[in-house]
Design a protein. Structure first.
Lengths: 248, 106
């Protein structure tokens, strides 16, 4: 990628390389890597906020307790509003998802860190867990009635099999778009940051590049929170299919 | 009279709160622009993944039955239809949310 003017070094995708934490060598499924480290750090950060931050259980909350309570209330409201009253039972899972994605996104914004949610392998696991969970839950709660979702009873009989296939495919579109959206947003943003960082080494454009990086960093902060929110609210929407009333 | 004093303070607080609520939140326009961009981005992904999933299913069934490329074509079209359907669903959902927000604002 050598450009004129003394060899620009821009490797925007290098930040996503999975490396073993200790020493060199091939990455096996059990190898602790930088992904493992930052996944664990996300869990530790959540633990610090939700367990240590609220351990005094004060009636007048401290700052960290306020943040924790705010998030709890926000997600609880969202689950109740979107998934309905029956969905509140599954609030712990939704809350876990939200906190995990939010913290993974935000930790990824620390310079030199690793953004775990920029890997489809991570987000696809989360999305598949939601997909399988909702499907199993729907089948367990509604039995065969859950499959009525694919049988459009308002359409003419001849069209119904074709519509059923279309509905089935659109059901399978969910986990794919669910995971690609999160990973794609994070990866694109971080790659753009790196590209601008590369340009900052050219004295002539470095003020512009650094200004742009600052702006994009702010945007990325927003994107991190919004993507965590979107992932969570879509989980609630899918959950509604499994637990909601069948009157539509 | 401490109680009267408290009541008066509460009323003043109430007044100030209602004034603060009336004032539009700063940066709301930017948030709206961003969430619209987010919605557009979401729809595009849904459209594209619809086709990709359809194509994938068709490819798999073709490999199973040895009828390539017949099912691939059929399922790519069905996948496209599914993508459009999901996209329209998202659009409907957004419209409902916008309507609800408008009603709340009234």
């Amino acid at each position: 990628m050598a450009a004129e003017g003394g060899g620009l070094q821009i490797h925007p995708m290098d930040q996503f390389i999975v490396k073993p934490l200790f020493g060199e060598g091939p990455v096996h499924w059990y190898t602790p890597t930088n992904v493992t480290l930052w996944l664990v750090l996300a869990v530790v950060a959540i633990g610090l906020l939700m367990v240590v931050g609220t351990r005094r259980r004060a009636i007048v909350p401290s700052r960290s307790q306020s943040v924790a309570e705010l998030m709890y209330g926000f997600i609880h409201n969202m689950v109740e509003e979107v998934a309905g009253h029956d969905g509140v039972k599954y609030f712990p899972y939704v809350m876990t998802l939200f906190l995990f994605i939010l913290f993974a996104n935000l930790l990824g914004l620390i310079p030199m860190s690793f953004t775990t949610t920029s890997h489809v392998a991570v987000t696809a696991t989360l999305a598949l867990a939601v997909f399988l969970g909702v499907t199993v839950l729907g089948l367990a709660r509604k039995g065969v009635g859950f499959l009525a979702m694919f049988w459009v009873s308002s359409a003419p009989l001849a069209l119904r099999p074709i519509l059923a296939v279309i509905e089935l495919i659109s059901y399978f579109v969910r986990p794919v778009s669910h995971s690609i959206r999160l990973a794609g947003n994070l990866m694109a943003g971080h790659a753009v940051l790196k590209v601008f960082a590369g340009f900052a080494s050219v004295a002539l454009v470095s003020p512009v590049a650094i200004g742009a990086m600052t702006a994009i960093y702010a945007l990325e902060l927003l994107v991190s929170v919004i993507q965590a929110y979107v992932f969570t609210i879509l989980t609630c929407v899918y959950l509604k299919d499994a637990v909601g009333d069948a009157h539509h | 009279m401490a109680e009267d004093d408290d009541a008066e303070r509460m009323r003043a607080l109430e007044r100030r709160l209602s004034e603060a609520r009336k004032a539009p939140a700063p940066g709301k326009d930017m948030m709206r622009g961003l969430s619209q961009g987010e919605a557009a981005w979401r729809m595009v992904i849904e459209l594209a993944t619809g086709m990709a999933v359809g194509l994938g299913i068709g490819y798999g069934l073709d490999a199973l039955f040895g009828t390539r490329p017949l099912l691939m074509v059929v399922f790519a079209l069905l996948g496209f239809a599914a993508g459009v359907r999901v996209m329209l669903g998202t659009a409907r959902q957004l419209a409902e949310a916008a309507k609800r927000a408008e009603e709340e604002a009234d």
